[in-house]
Design a protein around this ligand. Structure first.
Ligand SMILES: Cc1ncc(COP(=O)(O)O)c(C=O)c1O
Length: 286
């Protein structure tokens, strides 16, 4: 079956979906994106993703009418055209094509809108959830607006590559003052020795993860504050959240064991809470 993608209102053969060389997304990473999951063909958390998309566009003054563009219908059509049941939607909107110049094109040009879908390997995700993952801690070296979901991801890419080279699943940033921020594509949570569930506030130093938000609603009593590398290393347990990460138990940080060898009952419960949430929202799962 031919893979189909969406480009500026058209559904086209994925291998023929091209953006111009002077697109500002290509030249400057002058673009925002969303990563959205679907199960049973149903989009999960569309509302929060669209709210965040609008905020990212607005923070970068990219003029694009999210409401008027009917992205939801386009996403649904793309899922159907690719005959996928569970998968991942990548949505990117760049400022558009214009002769290379740092300043915004004036008058504004038409933003470039891209949608792709790909399958989610649920088996691999569930296997990782069962065994837990290793992470490494790296120096926070990204630009100072990680709250905007922009495609300026070089820092994230380098850190993720370092994690993979170290046979770890994720790299988690620690800022200059020793406070943990987030993963390259996930938010991080910890459970203290006295059973307090902690995650960082959305204080501008992290992306407001949609999965983080859904878990916040599903679990009561979450404390939102910064925590240090030392607190994380001394935690009873830790986990990551993200659209393709789900709720992912962490069992090793920089080669040191955290919690048990395998995710214990606390983490298993949190994994199940999120699986139940997906089931309630989309009907997916046993
Ligand atoms: C830097 C960063 N933090 C957190 C997340 C998790 O966000 P979400 O749960 O919306 O996928 C992502 C997702 O890609 C991310 O890139």
């Amino acid at each position: 079956m031919t893979r189909i993608s969406y480009l500026n209102g058209e559904f086209i053969d994925h291998d023929k979906a091209f953006v111009h060389i002077e697109d500002r997304g290509f030249q400057f990473a002058d673009a925002v994106y969303e990563g959205i999951a679907f199960f049973n063909g149903k989009i999960l958390d569309l509302g929060p993703h669209m709210v965040r998309l609008k905020r990212s566009l607005s923070e970068l003054s990219i003029q694009f009418d999210v409401e008027g563009s009917n992205l939801e219908a386009a996403m649904e059509k793309l899922i159907a055209r690719n005959d996928l049941s569970e998968g991942f939607i990548y949505l990117q909107i760049s400022r558009g094509r214009a002769p290379r110049n740092y300043a915004f094109p004036n008058p504004p040009v038409k933003p470039t809108v891209v949608l792709t879908v790909s399958p989610l390997d649920m088996k691999a995700i569930q296997e990782r959830q069962k065994n837990g993952v290793k992470i490494i801690l790296v120096e926070e070296n990204r630009w100072s607006r990680p709250d905007i979901k922009s495609t300026s991801l070089l820092g994230n890419i380098l850190a993720k590559e370092a994690a993979w080279q170290a046979d770890a699943y994720e790299a988690v940033y620690v800022d200059r003052d020793g406070f943990v921020t987030e993963g390259t594509s996930s938010n991080i949570w910890m459970i203290t020795r006295d059973d307090i569930l902690l995650t960082r506030k959305t204080d501008g130093a992290i992306l407001a993860g949609v999965t983080r938000g859904s878990m916040m609603k599903a679990v009561s009593g979450v404390e939102q504050r910064r925590f240090t590398r030392e607190e994380l290393l001394a935690a009873k347990a830790a986990f990551l959240t993200g659209t393709t990460t789900f709720v992912m138990p962490v069992v090793q940080i920089d080669g040191e064991k955290i919690g048990d060898e395998k995710p214990g009952p606390l983490l298993e419960k949190l994994v199940k809470i999120y699986a139940d949430y997906i089931k309630a929202e989309t009907g997916f799962g046993g």
